[in-house]
Every structure is written in C-alpha cells, then in structure tokens.
Design a protein. Structure first.
Length: 49
C-alpha cells in the first residue's frame, strides 16, 4: 500500500512542479508502483510455500 501511495505522491509532485495540464506522470507512476507492489506481493506469497 505504501508503495502505491509513494507512486501517487511522487507523480503528483512532479506534475505540479512542471505544471502539466494532464496528470500523465501521476498516472504512469501510479501504474508502475501498482505493478511493483503486485510483483512484490506475489513474490512473497510464492516464497512462503
């Protein structure tokens, strides 16, 4: 959960810094953070078995 929040917050800050009209950086960093969080989750689940 924290990874996703970091992706959202980081992307938002970048979009605000560069004054983007569309929040593309927020969308991309959120998707990347979600993918990484899912990868980490599945990695942890498979190691427990």
């Amino acid at each position: 959960m924290a990874l996703i929040l970091l992706g959202v917050f980081g992307g938002y800050k970048i979009d605000r810094h560069f004054e983007h009209e569309q929040n593309w950086v927020t969308a991309i960093t959120t998707l990347l953070a979600t993918a990484f969080a899912l990868y980490y989750l599945f990695k942890q689940l498979t190691q427990q078995r």
